[in-house]
Ligand binder design. Structure first.
Ligand code: SAM
Length: 246
Protein backbone atom coordinates (compact mmCIF):
# COMPACT_ATOMS: atom_id res chain seq x y z
CA UNK A 1 0.00 0.00 0.00
CA UNK A 2 1.06 3.56 -0.63
CA UNK A 3 2.40 5.77 2.16
CA UNK A 4 0.36 8.70 0.72
CA UNK A 5 -2.91 8.53 2.78
CA UNK A 6 -5.15 9.90 -0.03
CA UNK A 7 -3.72 7.44 -2.52
CA UNK A 8 -4.00 4.59 0.02
CA UNK A 9 -7.69 5.45 0.60
CA UNK A 10 -8.33 5.50 -3.14
CA UNK A 11 -6.48 2.19 -3.58
CA UNK A 12 -8.73 0.66 -0.90
CA UNK A 13 -11.92 2.21 -2.30
CA UNK A 14 -12.63 -0.50 -4.90
CA UNK A 15 -13.99 -2.85 -2.22
CA UNK A 16 -17.09 -0.64 -1.87
CA UNK A 17 -17.85 -0.57 -5.59
CA UNK A 18 -17.04 -4.07 -6.80
CA UNK A 19 -20.41 -4.54 -8.60
CA UNK A 20 -20.15 -1.25 -10.45
CA UNK A 21 -16.53 -1.97 -11.30
CA UNK A 22 -17.42 -5.36 -12.74
CA UNK A 23 -20.25 -3.88 -14.85
CA UNK A 24 -18.40 -0.84 -16.05
CA UNK A 25 -14.74 -1.49 -16.71
CA UNK A 26 -13.38 -2.79 -20.00
CA UNK A 27 -11.34 -5.94 -20.44
CA UNK A 28 -8.05 -6.01 -22.33
CA UNK A 29 -7.51 -6.43 -26.10
CA UNK A 30 -6.84 -10.03 -27.11
CA UNK A 31 -3.67 -8.99 -28.94
CA UNK A 32 -2.25 -7.45 -25.77
CA UNK A 33 -3.09 -10.53 -23.65
CA UNK A 34 -1.46 -12.82 -26.23
CA UNK A 35 1.61 -10.59 -26.20
CA UNK A 36 1.83 -10.69 -22.38
CA UNK A 37 1.69 -14.51 -22.54
CA UNK A 38 4.16 -14.93 -25.41
CA UNK A 39 6.71 -16.66 -23.16
CA UNK A 40 4.05 -19.38 -22.52
CA UNK A 41 4.02 -19.20 -18.71
CA UNK A 42 2.42 -22.23 -17.03
CA UNK A 43 1.71 -20.81 -13.58
CA UNK A 44 0.58 -17.18 -13.53
CA UNK A 45 -0.22 -14.67 -10.79
CA UNK A 46 -2.72 -11.92 -11.56
CA UNK A 47 -1.69 -9.30 -9.00
CA UNK A 48 -4.30 -6.68 -8.02
CA UNK A 49 -6.66 -8.92 -9.98
CA UNK A 50 -9.84 -7.11 -8.89
CA UNK A 51 -12.98 -8.66 -10.33
CA UNK A 52 -10.89 -10.65 -12.82
CA UNK A 53 -11.06 -8.52 -15.96
CA UNK A 54 -7.67 -9.90 -17.03
CA UNK A 55 -7.92 -13.19 -15.12
CA UNK A 56 -10.76 -14.50 -17.29
CA UNK A 57 -8.60 -14.03 -20.40
CA UNK A 58 -6.02 -16.43 -18.88
CA UNK A 59 -8.44 -19.38 -18.69
CA UNK A 60 -7.42 -22.20 -21.03
CA UNK A 61 -4.08 -20.56 -21.78
CA UNK A 62 -2.12 -21.32 -18.61
CA UNK A 63 -2.07 -24.26 -16.18
CA UNK A 64 -2.58 -22.48 -12.86
CA UNK A 65 -4.09 -19.07 -12.24
CA UNK A 66 -3.38 -17.34 -8.93
CA UNK A 67 -5.31 -14.14 -8.23
CA UNK A 68 -4.32 -11.79 -5.39
CA UNK A 69 -6.10 -8.60 -4.37
CA UNK A 70 -6.56 -6.69 -1.08
CA UNK A 71 -10.32 -6.40 -1.66
CA UNK A 72 -12.47 -9.39 -0.59
CA UNK A 73 -15.47 -8.00 -2.51
CA UNK A 74 -13.51 -7.69 -5.76
CA UNK A 75 -12.22 -11.26 -5.27
CA UNK A 76 -15.77 -12.55 -4.70
CA UNK A 77 -16.69 -11.23 -8.16
CA UNK A 78 -13.54 -12.82 -9.56
CA UNK A 79 -14.37 -16.24 -8.10
CA UNK A 80 -17.81 -16.11 -9.72
CA UNK A 81 -16.27 -15.28 -13.11
CA UNK A 82 -13.24 -17.60 -12.86
CA UNK A 83 -14.01 -20.46 -10.44
CA UNK A 84 -10.73 -22.23 -11.33
CA UNK A 85 -8.57 -19.34 -10.06
CA UNK A 86 -6.77 -19.79 -6.73
CA UNK A 87 -7.61 -16.56 -4.94
CA UNK A 88 -6.00 -14.96 -1.91
CA UNK A 89 -6.44 -11.64 -0.15
CA UNK A 90 -3.08 -9.90 -0.24
CA UNK A 91 -1.03 -7.10 -1.68
CA UNK A 92 1.85 -6.59 -4.07
CA UNK A 93 3.99 -5.54 -1.11
CA UNK A 94 3.38 -8.88 0.65
CA UNK A 95 2.48 -11.43 -2.00
CA UNK A 96 0.95 -14.51 -0.33
CA UNK A 97 2.79 -17.04 -2.51
CA UNK A 98 5.97 -19.08 -1.93
CA UNK A 99 9.32 -18.22 -3.46
CA UNK A 100 9.83 -19.17 -7.12
CA UNK A 101 6.23 -20.32 -7.53
CA UNK A 102 5.08 -18.66 -10.81
CA UNK A 103 6.36 -18.08 -14.34
CA UNK A 104 4.63 -14.73 -14.77
CA UNK A 105 3.24 -11.97 -12.57
CA UNK A 106 0.68 -9.81 -14.36
CA UNK A 107 -0.73 -6.53 -13.04
CA UNK A 108 -3.62 -5.01 -14.98
CA UNK A 109 -4.56 -1.43 -14.17
CA UNK A 110 -3.09 -2.06 -10.72
CA UNK A 111 0.66 -1.37 -10.68
CA UNK A 112 0.10 2.39 -10.10
CA UNK A 113 -1.44 1.54 -6.72
CA UNK A 114 1.55 -0.35 -5.36
CA UNK A 115 4.60 0.81 -3.50
CA UNK A 116 7.11 -0.33 -6.11
CA UNK A 117 10.02 -0.09 -3.70
CA UNK A 118 8.48 -2.98 -1.71
CA UNK A 119 6.64 -4.71 -4.54
CA UNK A 120 9.55 -5.25 -6.94
CA UNK A 121 11.53 -7.46 -4.49
CA UNK A 122 8.31 -9.45 -3.88
CA UNK A 123 7.81 -9.96 -7.62
CA UNK A 124 11.42 -11.08 -7.93
CA UNK A 125 10.89 -13.49 -5.03
CA UNK A 126 7.80 -15.25 -6.42
CA UNK A 127 9.05 -15.45 -10.02
CA UNK A 128 10.98 -18.49 -11.22
CA UNK A 129 14.25 -17.95 -13.12
CA UNK A 130 13.42 -16.58 -16.57
CA UNK A 131 10.01 -15.37 -15.31
CA UNK A 132 8.20 -12.29 -16.58
CA UNK A 133 6.46 -9.30 -15.02
CA UNK A 134 3.69 -8.02 -17.32
CA UNK A 135 2.04 -4.65 -16.75
CA UNK A 136 -0.96 -3.36 -18.66
CA UNK A 137 -3.15 -0.26 -18.59
CA UNK A 138 -6.16 0.92 -20.58
CA UNK A 139 -6.05 4.71 -20.75
CA UNK A 140 -8.67 6.83 -22.53
CA UNK A 141 -7.41 8.80 -25.52
CA UNK A 142 -7.36 12.37 -24.26
CA UNK A 143 -6.62 13.80 -27.69
CA UNK A 144 -10.36 13.43 -28.46
CA UNK A 145 -11.97 16.70 -27.23
CA UNK A 146 -15.06 15.23 -25.50
CA UNK A 147 -12.84 12.65 -23.74
CA UNK A 148 -10.59 15.43 -22.46
CA UNK A 149 -13.69 17.20 -21.14
CA UNK A 150 -14.88 14.00 -19.47
CA UNK A 151 -11.52 13.63 -17.73
CA UNK A 152 -11.71 17.22 -16.55
CA UNK A 153 -15.09 16.51 -14.96
CA UNK A 154 -13.84 13.27 -13.34
CA UNK A 155 -10.53 14.86 -12.26
CA UNK A 156 -8.41 12.23 -14.01
CA UNK A 157 -7.83 8.79 -12.61
CA UNK A 158 -4.97 7.47 -10.56
CA UNK A 159 -3.97 5.41 -13.59
CA UNK A 160 -3.64 8.58 -15.61
CA UNK A 161 -1.81 10.44 -12.88
CA UNK A 162 0.51 7.63 -11.89
CA UNK A 163 1.04 5.78 -15.20
CA UNK A 164 4.45 6.80 -16.31
CA UNK A 165 7.33 4.99 -17.84
CA UNK A 166 9.26 5.64 -14.65
CA UNK A 167 6.88 3.37 -12.68
CA UNK A 168 7.95 0.45 -14.87
CA UNK A 169 10.84 -1.21 -13.00
CA UNK A 170 14.07 -0.92 -14.91
CA UNK A 171 16.15 -3.04 -12.54
CA UNK A 172 14.44 -6.43 -13.05
CA UNK A 173 15.57 -7.04 -16.61
CA UNK A 174 14.97 -5.87 -20.18
CA UNK A 175 11.69 -3.99 -20.79
CA UNK A 176 9.59 -4.50 -23.94
CA UNK A 177 6.58 -2.32 -24.84
CA UNK A 178 3.37 -2.67 -26.81
CA UNK A 179 0.81 0.08 -27.51
CA UNK A 180 -2.60 -0.54 -29.07
CA UNK A 181 -5.50 1.72 -29.92
CA UNK A 182 -9.10 0.54 -29.84
CA UNK A 183 -12.63 1.74 -29.14
CA UNK A 184 -15.43 0.57 -26.90
CA UNK A 185 -19.14 1.32 -27.52
CA UNK A 186 -21.00 2.85 -24.60
CA UNK A 187 -24.45 3.98 -23.50
CA UNK A 188 -25.44 6.73 -21.09
CA UNK A 189 -25.86 4.14 -18.30
CA UNK A 190 -22.54 2.40 -18.95
CA UNK A 191 -20.64 5.68 -19.05
CA UNK A 192 -22.19 6.77 -15.75
CA UNK A 193 -21.21 3.37 -14.29
CA UNK A 194 -17.68 3.81 -15.61
CA UNK A 195 -17.45 7.20 -13.92
CA UNK A 196 -18.93 5.78 -10.70
CA UNK A 197 -16.36 2.94 -10.67
CA UNK A 198 -13.38 5.28 -10.40
CA UNK A 199 -11.55 5.59 -7.12
CA UNK A 200 -11.78 9.40 -7.10
CA UNK A 201 -15.57 9.27 -7.49
CA UNK A 202 -16.03 6.37 -5.04
CA UNK A 203 -14.20 8.32 -2.34
CA UNK A 204 -15.97 11.65 -3.10
CA UNK A 205 -18.76 12.95 -0.82
CA UNK A 206 -22.30 12.01 -1.98
CA UNK A 207 -22.85 15.65 -3.06
CA UNK A 208 -19.61 15.79 -5.07
CA UNK A 209 -20.40 12.41 -6.66
CA UNK A 210 -23.89 13.56 -7.68
CA UNK A 211 -22.45 16.74 -9.17
CA UNK A 212 -19.87 14.79 -11.20
CA UNK A 213 -22.56 12.44 -12.55
CA UNK A 214 -24.81 15.43 -13.44
CA UNK A 215 -21.99 17.09 -15.32
CA UNK A 216 -21.28 13.88 -17.26
CA UNK A 217 -24.99 13.69 -18.23
CA UNK A 218 -24.81 17.31 -19.33
CA UNK A 219 -21.73 16.59 -21.46
CA UNK A 220 -23.55 13.70 -23.17
CA UNK A 221 -26.57 15.88 -23.87
CA UNK A 222 -24.66 18.87 -25.20
CA UNK A 223 -21.37 17.95 -26.86
CA UNK A 224 -21.68 18.23 -30.68
CA UNK A 225 -19.50 15.12 -31.23
CA UNK A 226 -21.96 13.09 -29.14
CA UNK A 227 -25.12 14.03 -31.05
CA UNK A 228 -25.69 10.44 -32.29
CA UNK A 229 -25.85 7.88 -29.42
CA UNK A 230 -25.49 5.02 -31.96
CA UNK A 231 -21.96 6.19 -32.71
CA UNK A 232 -20.81 6.56 -29.09
CA UNK A 233 -17.37 4.97 -28.65
CA UNK A 234 -14.69 5.55 -26.00
CA UNK A 235 -11.25 5.59 -27.62
CA UNK A 236 -8.61 3.75 -25.58
CA UNK A 237 -4.87 3.39 -25.74
CA UNK A 238 -3.62 0.19 -24.15
CA UNK A 239 -0.03 0.26 -22.94
CA UNK A 240 1.60 -3.06 -22.04
CA UNK A 241 5.07 -3.77 -20.68
CA UNK A 242 6.93 -7.07 -20.44
CA UNK A 243 9.92 -7.27 -18.14
CA UNK A 244 11.93 -10.52 -18.20
CA UNK A 245 13.92 -11.48 -15.12
CA UNK A 246 17.54 -11.07 -16.08
C1 SAM B 1 -8.32 -0.46 -11.13
S1 SAM B 1 -8.44 -1.98 -10.26
C2 SAM B 1 -7.84 -3.19 -11.46
C3 SAM B 1 -8.42 -4.55 -11.23
C4 SAM B 1 -8.15 -5.59 -12.31
N1 SAM B 1 -6.75 -5.94 -12.38
C5 SAM B 1 -8.62 -5.12 -13.66
O1 SAM B 1 -7.84 -5.14 -14.61
O2 SAM B 1 -9.80 -4.73 -13.78
C6 SAM B 1 -7.10 -1.86 -9.14
C7 SAM B 1 -7.01 -3.05 -8.21
O3 SAM B 1 -5.80 -2.95 -7.48
C8 SAM B 1 -6.05 -3.40 -6.17
N2 SAM B 1 -4.98 -2.87 -5.29
C9 SAM B 1 -4.95 -1.70 -4.62
N3 SAM B 1 -3.81 -1.62 -3.90
C10 SAM B 1 -3.11 -2.76 -4.13
C11 SAM B 1 -1.85 -3.27 -3.67
N4 SAM B 1 -1.08 -2.56 -2.84
N5 SAM B 1 -1.45 -4.51 -4.11
C12 SAM B 1 -2.22 -5.21 -4.95
N6 SAM B 1 -3.41 -4.77 -5.44
C13 SAM B 1 -3.85 -3.56 -5.02
C14 SAM B 1 -7.45 -2.88 -5.86
O4 SAM B 1 -8.07 -3.59 -4.80
C15 SAM B 1 -8.14 -3.10 -7.20
O5 SAM B 1 -8.79 -4.36 -7.28
Amino acid sequence: MSEDPVKAAQAASFDAAADTYERARPGYPEEAVAWLLETRPRDVLDLGAGTGKLTRALVGRVDTIHAVDPSPNMLAQLRAAVPSARTAVGTAEEIPLPDASVDAVLAAQAWHWVDTRRAVPQVRRVLRPGGVLGLIWNVRDESVPWVAQLTQIMQGSAAERYVAEDRVPQDLGPVERLTLRWERPFTRESLLDLVASRSYVITATPEARAEILDRVSELLASHPDLADPDSWRIPYRTAAYRISLA
